[in-house]
Ligand binder design. Structure first.
Ligand SMILES: *[C@@H]1O[C@H](CO)[C@@H](O)[C@H](O)[C@H]1NC(C)=O
Length: 410
């Protein structure tokens, strides 16, 4: 017992000195091991910051640290008038790949790359400098662990995509011949949500790049697909896939594991499944969610084999499944409290179990659900981070909060 205490104090000293050679001594008696972190952004108009919460061994979160992304946030203009939550009309404002976090500054037209500290994943180190995104109002970013390529979607006056190589020393390096414009009639900031860019996502193998665009009723939106070459450059033109009848506002893009297909939330109806197995112009099916208002965000749980969709209007999580024949259906719905504005969500595997993290923007909270089995999600924490953020020197604006990326060590 005595030696344990001795090594513990040695650990504290080693920690204070930040002596790398003492690290192994530190690891075992550590009573507070950091398993992982969740990240979202303030999208503040003067200084856009990441808020990082630490994931604890039971899946719940505690406030961790904040980091300046190196630029400014910007809020889209909600049509017709009010300004509410979901400032970017988008999924994917932050993205984790390996031990790096990638994110954007919508008001500065830049993207940033951070290294995640393995010992304290709430500690972020900016790598290189924020880089120009080749457009205006960057609102989403994606990274392929397979190819090390990173692409940004711009949703303002100059809209489209631009790709980068993620260099662990220098940061984001623009890839030649990878800026592609969508040429949508948008302004900076854009007026939305209808007609705006929603998400950007690589296919599982990194060989395709998808970007989703919402329609302007009665004209439905689409998913744009580019071929990604070995060097990261993109095909000159994209192929456009429109949703089946009833689809209108394509939002999130979540690849369906083991399939050449994606799940796409549709803020106008529920969700769609786009099947790309016959080429870059997908066939699709639309699955309505009864009573939905704006189903926008989605994530996949490998433990339950189901997807979790959030609706900002109804503040409800809808769990859905997609079978072997790509038929989608609703498993269960979980209301998280009217008016809480459930926006982005993410899923982390902690000690062999999956947990869902939902940003409840309107009450400056993160809702944590344990995902024991399909149809058995259960809220285990609703954490209001406003007071801790204030202590850390940040006053959060609930209308500006966006994004949800997760990192776990194991
Ligand atoms: C946010 O909360 C306010 C009350 O504080 C409510 O009036 C409003 O409808 C809520 N917004 C959303 C999008 O849920």
């Amino acid at each position: 017992m005595k030696s344990f205490v001795a090594s513990l104090s040695a650990c504290v000293i080693a920690g204070q000195l930040a002596a790398a050679s003492f690290t192994p001594i530190c690891h075992e008696p550590d009573s507070h091991p950091a398993i992982g972190a969740i990240y979202f952004m303030t999208n503040d108009g003067t200084a856009n910051k990441v808020i990082a919460h630490e994931i604890q061994p039971d899946g719940t979160v505690v406030f961790g640290k904040t980091a300046w992304i190196g630029g400014k946030g910007l809020h889209g203009n909600d049509a017709p008038a009010a300004t509410g939550p979901d400032p970017l009309f988008a999924q994917g404002a932050l993205q984790v790949s390996g031990n790096h976090l990638f994110t954007i500054n919508p008001g500065s037209n830049t993207a940033s790359m951070f290294e995640i500290d393995d010992r304290d994943p709430t500690k972020l180190r900016l790598i290189g400098v924020p880089v120009n995104t080749g457009g205006e109002f960057p609102m989403a970013i994606t990274a392929s662990p397979k190819t090390n390529h990173v692409c940004v979607a711009n949703g303002g006056k100059v809209n489209g995509v631009q790709c980068f190589t993620a260099d662990p020393e220098q940061g984001l390096l623009p890839i030649q011949n990878s800026q592609r414009l969508l040429k949508l009639p948008l302004t900076t900031p854009p007026v939305g949500p209808p007609g705006t860019v929603s998400n950007i996502q690589f296919s599982g193998d990194g060989s395709k790049l998808f970007a989703s665009v919402k329609g302007v009723p009665p004209k439905p939106g689409f998913i744009a697909t580019w071929d990604v070459n070995q060097d990261g450059s993109l095909s000159q033109n994209f192929k456009s896939s429109t949703p089946a009848k009833g689809g209108m506002l394509p939002f999130s893009i979540t690849p369906i594991p083991g399939k050449n297909a994606v799940l796409n939330t549709d803020a106008g109806v529920g969700f769609s499944v786009f099947d790309f197995s016959r080429g870059d112009v997908a066939s699709s099916t639309v699955i309505p969610i009864k009573g939905q208002k704006a189903t926008c965000w989605s994530a996949y749980s490998s433990k339950t084999g189901t997807f979790f969709l959030t609706d900002v209007g109804t503040a409800t999580v809808t769990e859905v499944k997609v079978d072997q024949n790509l038929r989608g259906s609703i498993v269960k719905q979980y209301p998280l409290g009217a008016g809480t504005a459930t926006v982005d969500n993410g899923i982390a595997t902690v000690n062999g179990k999956d947990y869902l993290y939902v940003l409840q923007a309107n009450i400056t909270s993160v809702n944590v659900m344990s995902l024991k089995a399909p149809g058995q999600a259960k809220t285990i924490q609703t954490f209001n981070f406003a007071a801790d953020a204030k202590k850390a020197g940040i006053t959060v604006d609930r209308n500006n909060l966006q994004g949800m990326a997760v990192y776990t060590k194991f």
